[in-house]
Design a protein around this ligand. Structure first.
Ligand code: SAH
Length: 373
C-alpha cells in the first residue's frame, strides 16, 4: 500500500474555489483549472470527470483516481398543493435528509439541510427530537442546490436557475458543521458556482456563538437568529443552547456580525410563536425593548405542529396582535406564511429518517470543548 492509497476519496463538488485551486497547484497545474472544473460541475451540471474536455486526458485520469463529482441521490419526492416541493436525499451515512423548495412569483427559495438530525433539542422542533447522527459533507450541502436547479430547470425556463435564494434552515444546526457549511455557502455565492448574492444566502443559527464569531472572519452572507424568547428563563426552556450562550452574549455576537457587514445590512430574528408560551403581550413588549439596539427584521413563524409536540399554534388574530405590538414599538416585522404543511415540509416538521440517533451527547461534548477553547 502506498501513502496515496490512504488518502480520502474526494468529492470535488464540495471544494470551494480556494480549495480546488490548491488541489490543482498541488498537481502542478495552473489555477485556472479550478475555474474550468467549477463551471463543468456547477454551471453545466457535468458529473463525469471524463466529460470535462478542456482538460488533458492525463489530467482527467489523475482526477478520476483522486475522487469524483458526487451528488447525494434522491430517495423520494413530494409536491404540496401550494407548489412547495420536498425531496428526501440519502446522505453517505445512510440516513435521509430533506430539502425543501418554496416557490413564490419572483423567486424560488431552497431550504437546505446541513446535518442529519440535530443535537440542540429545541423543545418545539421535530428535527431535534430525532437526535444527532452526522454532519453532511460540503458536497452533500451544495449538492442540494445543484440537484434542485437541474430538476426544476424545465419548470422555470425563463430563469437562469430555479433557486434564487438559499436559507440554511433545513435539518441541523449549520454552525455546528462549520467548515462544510462555509465551503458550501462559498460555492453558492461564487460566480463560478451558483452566483447567488450575499443578501440571498442566509445561515440560520439557534445561537452557536463561537460559530458566529468565526463567521465574521469567513463570510458576508446573511444571518438569521432563532431567538424565540425575550428572556433567558423562557429561552433556556425552548432553546437549551441558551444555557451555554445566553441572550446577551448572542445579541453581542450578532451586533458584531452585522456591524462587520456594513452597507445597511440587517439580521433576521426568527421567533416561532407558540400558543400561551411566548405569545403574550408582555413577551412582545420585552422583545421590542430587547431588540432596540440590533439592526434587525423580525420574522414571526407560526408554530407548526407535529405529533407529540405538546404545543399549539396561536390563533391568527393573536399572532397579528403580537406583530402589531412590535410594529408600534418601531420594528419591522413579517409573519412567515406556512407552506408545504400537507407534505410535512413546513419549518420544524423536517424529520428525514435518522438511522442512528444516539450521538447527541457526542455533539454536546463538541460544543463544550469549543466553548472552552
Ligand atoms: N438550527 C437552525 C436552523 C433550523 S430551523 C436554527 O435553529 O436556526 C429553521 C427555523 O424553524 C428555526 O428558527 C427553528 O427554530 C424554526 N422551527 C423549528 N421547529 C419549528 C416548528 N415546529 N414550528 C415553527 N418553526 C419551527
Amino acid at each position: 500500500m502506498t501513502a496515496d492509497d490512504t488518502k480520502e476519496f474526494i468529492n470535488f463538488l464540495g471544494l470551494d474555489r480556494a480549495q480546488l485551486t490548491a488541489l490543482f497547484l498541488e498537481l502542478g497545474e495552473k489555477p485556472y483549472r479550478a475555474e474550468q472544473m467549477m463551471k463543468w460541475m456547477h454551471h453545466r451540471q457535468v458529473s463525469d470527470v471524463d466529460d470535462m474536455t478542456d482538460m488533458s486526458k492525463k489530467l482527467r485520469a489523475t482526477l478520476s483516481e483522486m475522487g469524483s463529482v458526487y451528488e447525494a441521490p434522491v430517495e423520494e419526492s413530494f409536491e404540496s398543493v401550494d407548489g412547495t416541493r420536498k425531496w428526501l436525499i440519502r446522505a453517505a451515512s445512510g440516513s435521509l435528509v430533506e430539502t425543501v423548495f418554496i416557490p413564490e412569483s419572483s423567486r424560488g427559495t431552497l431550504c437546505v439541510s446541513s446535518q442529519v438530525g440535530c443535537a440542540l433539542d429545541c423543545s418545539f422542533c421535530s428535527t431535534g427530537k430525532q437526535g444527532f447522527n452526522s454532519n453532511l459533507t460540503a458536497g452533500e450541502i451544495v449538492g442540494q442546490v445543484r440537484m434542485v436547479n437541474r430538476l426544476l430547470a424545465d419548470v422555470y425556463p425563463e430563469r437562469a436557475q430555479a433557486v434564487t435564494n438559499v436559507v440554511m434552515m433545513g435539518m441541523g444546526e449549520p454552525l455546528l458543521n462549520f467548515d462544510n457549511v462555509a465551503s458550501a455557502v462559498d460555492i453558492m455565492m461564487d460566480d463560478l458556482g451558483y452566483g447567488i448574492s450575499k443578501r440571498k444566502v442566509t445561515i440560520s443559527t439557534a445561537g452557536v456563538v463561537p460559530g458566529i464569531e468565526k463567521l465574521i472572519e469567513t463570510t458576508d452572507c446573511s444571518l438569521a437568529l432563532s431567538l424565540h424568547a425575550p428572556n433567558d428563563a423562557l429561552r433556556d426552556e425552548l432553546v437549551p443552547i441558551n444555557r451555554r450562550y445566553n441572550i446577551e452574549t448572542l445579541l453581542d455576537a450578532a451586533r458584531r456580525y452585522v456591524g462587520n457587514l456594513g452597507d445597511k445590512r440587517t439580521i433576521t430574528v426568527e421567533y416561532t410563536v407558540i400558543d400561551k408560551v411566548n405569545d403574550q403581550p408582555e413577551h412582545a413588549e420585552e422583545l421590542a425593548i430587547l431588540l432596540k439596539s440590533l439592526p434587525c427584521k423580525i420574522n414571526l413563524i407560526p408554530f407548526n405542529p407535529f405529533p407529540g409536540s405538546g404545543y399549539r399554534r396561536p390563533a391568527s388574530i393573536n399572532i397579528r396582535r403580537f406583530q402589531d405590538r412590535l410594529v408600534r414599538a418601531g420594528h419591522s416585522v413579517t409573519v412567515r406564511t406556512t407552506r408545504g404543511e400537507d407534505i410535512e415540509a413546513a419549518c420544524g416538521q423536517l424529520r428525514g429518517q435518522v438511522v442512528d440517533k444516539t450521538r447527541r451527547q457526542e455533539q454536546y461534548r463538541m460544543i463544550a470543548s469549543e466553548a472552552e477553547a
